[in-house]
Design a protein around this ligand. Structure first.
Ligand SMILES: [Zn+2]
Length: 107
């Protein structure tokens, strides 16, 4: 039994029997996503969708299983420099990580 569920890509390339180059990439994208928290997943998918150009959001939704609306939201957040997403709110499980030092000068 798997501990984490990894989304299986539903894009046309990955539906083919032959080993498409995208297959491993898409699997690893989903593998990575399975380890991220919700907002990180959103931002990663948003970033990838931008690389893909037209239809990027839809294809990323297909690959990752993340809702198109959620990806659009991630894009918007990235464009706003994640200003509404304080770093302190991103809590890591385990809590063994050191706090990131804040730089004194603002801008
Ligand atoms: Zn795929």
């Amino acid at each position: 039994m798997k501990a984490t569920s990894i989304h299986e890509c539903e894009c046309p390339d990955c539906q083919q029997d032959q080993n498409h180059t995208s297959k491993q990439l898409h699997h690893q994208m989903n593998l990575l996503l399975s380890r991220l928290n919700e907002q990180q997943r959103r931002w990663y998918a948003a970033l990838e969708s931008k690389k893909d150009g037209h239809g990027g959001i839809r294809s990323l939704s297909q690959i990752t299983g993340i809702d198109e609306k959620t990806i659009s939201r991630g894009i918007r957040e990235l464009e706003e420099e994640l200003s509404d997403q304080p770093i302190d709110r991103v809590r890591l499980e385990g809590g063994g990580r050191k706090k990131v030092e804040k730089k004194g000068s603002g801008a």
